[in-house]
Every structure is written in structure tokens, then in C-alpha cells.
Design a protein around this ligand. Structure first.
Ligand SMILES: [Zn+2]
Length: 413
């Protein structure tokens, strides 16, 4: 007893999810960023002739060039012709996956060792950051256990370049619903799955807590999947099971995100209180209305499922006032091509400004991090991206990345 109490006493206090290994202190360097204009992450047009002063990892001030005085010793970075915007936020990535046309999902889960997948993920993280995405909500390691937690720590500790990561670890599926599937009955019980199975109140409560213990920032659940009698997509968990997941996760301060494509899967997830619904391919007017009533964020992932019907759903949800997350399911397509989702939202009928808000301020609110990221205001983290052109008028400008700063550190120039 005395020994273990002593051992506990000498352990350093850790921030949640941080693990051991301190985040290196950011030097208090002062940098003046001088673009052609600044878009601050609100629905106001970009401010012509503004500059931003960064001290250490935070934004100190911004305003017209004549009103912002850089102290002696400050470094000025001239960014002529560019619009400076908040670092973009990928709402739905899988850094541990690579495109399915390179290797089918089953093969990635069953034939690629975790070390191999992590090695790829290191490159994915770098490419995502250099594309101007300074934060990602990474929605499942897809068979790579808790590798997302380690990747997040490596980025936080400055070991590798990458975006800030919000992770879910393994994600939760109903027994028999997920994959890889299609094996002989004799040994299908032995096939590792791309997410963690949990059923019924005891297992669900325990596994939600266990994923939290391993570092999950959010809990992800598959509220439906392709497991109907003819392989069609059908709901997985009961409403009560989903409610319990949300209750257990929320009581720890963590939100729940639901993969759901069917109207019924969406309905149960929304009623259970999930914070965001992913995909929503078969959303109806009723499910759109339910999302509106419950304040649920909708992450349509049009980048991996564009269709005329999907565009109608997205436009109607946006018009109804449902907050639209920008999350493309990056990993299914190439990491670094994250701009695809915001472009898809514009093709669905959102304005460039609406899509730009989704990929910055709206995603920040979804993550409950709007006091730190998704905007350009004094006191916020200096996650800033300079783009060649004005993205509030043409969304494809978000691909023209001239400079990326994350937490006051320049990663691309
Ligand atoms: Zn996904």
C-alpha cells in the first residue's frame, strides 16, 4: 500500500490524452504576417490591408497595417496577393488508411502490419498539414488499434509534423455488422475486425470507458452498416444502446459521433444525442428536421459519395439551418486532397463563404474548440494559412497554399 502510494505521488501530472513526454515549449518569437487581406472566420468579407501579429503560439493582434506595430526584433513575413485564413479543420479523416484503389480496405486491415500503417500515417499527417489543415478529427484507426493515440502524441511532442488530432481509437460496432467479413463459419470468429464489437448495456458501458482510458477524445459508433439479409445497409444498435453510449461518453465530457446512412440509423443516433452524423446518404426531410431540432452537426462526406440526391440533401440541410461539417473521409482518397469536401459542398449549392465557414469556424464549434481554433482573433492559437487568391469568392483557392503556420510555427512557406 505504502509503496504504491509513493509511486503514484512521484508521477507527473498529465493533461488528458497527453501521455508522458512534454509538449515542447514554443519560443516567444514575434512574427508579423503581412498578406493582402485577412479573413477572420466570420461571415464578414476579408479585410483588405490587414496584418496579423503572432507571439509564441498565439495571435496577439490584428488590424489595418498602419495600426499594428511590430516590436523591435519581430520577423515580418510578406505574403503578397494572399488571403490569410484560420488553419483549416478536417472533420472526418482516417490517417491510418490509404486510398482503396491502392489497397482494398480488407487488405489494409488484414495484411498490413500496424508498423507499416503507422509509417504511412506519418506521411499522411505531414501531407494533411502542408495542405493547410492544421486540425483533424480522425474517425477510427480501422483495425490499427490505438495507433491514432500514439500518432497524436508524436505530433504534439514535435517528433513529426502533422495536424492537431482529435481521435476516437477503435470505434464501436455491433457484433457481426462490420468487416472484414465473408469468411468460413468455422473461423470467422478469429478474423480481426476493423472496429471494436460491443453489445448490450454492460459491454457498451465498459468498452466506451475502455476506449476513453486508451485516449479517445470522442466516441465513434456505427449506427448502421451493410449487414441486412441481402447485404443492404440496416440499423445496428437499438435506440437504448445508443443512448447509453452517449450517456457514458458525455458524462466523461466526450461527445459521440455516429456513422449513419439510413434514415432509421440517423433517427436513432440523433434521438440518442450524438453530436454529429456522418454520411447521411438516405437522409429524409424528417431526419433533416430532427438534426435541426437537436442541434446535430451533419458531416455529409460528399467527397466520397457525390450524387444528385446527396447534393439535394446537403442543400436542404444547410437551408434548414443544420450546421454542416466539412469532413471528407480522407484516407478513402489521398491525404492532402482534403480541399475536396469544401469544393463538394459548393457543388451541392453552398456558397464559397458557407463552405469556408464549414471547414473552419463550424468545425471548430463542432469540436467545442472555437475559443482556440477556426478563427483569427487575439488570444487564439496561431493556426494560419495564406492562400493565393480570395477563397470567400472561389473555394478552389483553398488548394493554393502559400504558407502554413500551426501554433506559431511555420511549416510551409
Ligand atoms: Zn470514415
Amino acid at each position: 500500500m505504502r509503496l504504491s502510494a509513493l509511486a503514484l505521488a512521484v508521477l507527473p501530472a498529465l493533461a488528458p490524452g497527453q501521455g508522458r513526454g512534454a509538449q515542447p515549449a514554443v519560443p516567444q518569437t514575434v512574427i508579423l504576417l503581412a498578406p493582402a487581406r485577412v479573413w477572420d472566420g466570420t461571415d464578414a468579407p476579408a479585410h483588405e490591408g490587414w496584418v496579423v501579429l503572432v507571439r509564441g503560439e498565439r495571435i496577439e493582434s490584428l488590424g489595418p497595417k498602419a495600426q499594428i506595430t511590430a516590436p523591435a526584433g519581430a520577423t515580418t513575413i510578406d505574403l503578397p496577393g494572399t488571403t490569410l485564413i484560420p488553419g483549416m479543420i478536417e472533420g472526418h479523416s482516417h490517417l491510418l488508411l490509404h486510398p482503396y484503389n491502392e489497397a482494398p480496405w480488407d487488405d489494409q486491415v488484414l495484411h498490413e502490419a500496424e508498423a507499416l500503417r503507422v509509417a504511412r500515417a506519418v506521411n499522411h499527417a505531414k501531407n494533411t498539414l502542408l495542405a493547410g489543415f492544421t486540425t483533424v478529427r480522425d474517425l477510427g484507426s480501422e483495425g490499427a488499434a490505438y495507433a491514432d493515440v500514439g500518432l497524436k502524441q508524436a505530433i504534439m511532442q514535435g517528433i513529426i509534423p502533422g495536424p492537431r488530432m482529435i481521435v476516437v481509437t477503435k470505434a464501436i460496432v455491433a457484433t457481426g455488422s462490420y468487416g472484414p467479413k465473408g469468411f468460413a463459419t468455422e473461423y470467422m470468429d478469429l478474423i480481426p475486425q476493423g472496429a471494436e464489437e460491443a453489445d448490450g448495456p454492460d459491454a457498451i458501458a465498459r468498452i466506451v470507458r475502455d476506449q476513453i482510458r486508451h485516449g479517445a477524445d470522442w466516441i465513434k459508433v456505427y449506427a448502421d452498416y451493410r449487414w441486412g439479409p441481402n447485404g443492404q445497409t440496416m440499423p445496428t444498435f437499438t435506440l437504448d444502446e445508443l443512448k447509453l453510449m452517449v450517456e457514458v461518453a458525455n458524462s466523461s465530457g466526450r461527445p459521440v459521433v455516429a456513422h449513419a446512412s439510413t434514415a432509421e440509423g440517423m433517427r436513432r443516433a440523433i434521438l440518442a444525442g450524438v453530436r454529429s452524423v456522418e454520411h447521411g446518404n438516405n437522409a429524409t426531410a424528417e431526419t433533416v428536421q430532427l438534426m435541426k431540432e437537436h442541434g446535430t452537426y451533419f458531416c455529409p462526406t460528399i467527397a466520397v459519395g457525390d450524387s444528385p440526391a446527396k447534393r439535394v440533401i446537403i442543400k436542404s440541410a444547410s437551408d434548414a439551418g443544420v450546421p454542416i461539417c466539412a469532413g471528407g473521409d480522407a484516407g478513402v482518397f489521398t491525404h492532402g486532397d482534403n480541399a475536396k469536401e469544401a469544393e463538394g459542398l459548393v457543388q451541392a449549392g453552398l456558397t464559397p463563404m458557407q463552405a469556408l465557414l464549414s471547414v473552419t469556424a463550424v468545425n471548430a464549434r463542432m469540436l467545442q474548440m472555437e475559443d482556440r481554433i477556426g478563427g483569427v482573433r487575439p488570444g487564439m492559437l496561431a493556426d494560419l494559412v495564406a492562400l493565393n487568391g480570395d477563397p470567400t469568392k472561389d473555394i478552389t483557392v483553398i488548394r493554393k497554399v502559400q504558407m502554413v503556420m500551426k501554433g506559431g510555427v511555420v511549416f510551409k512557406r
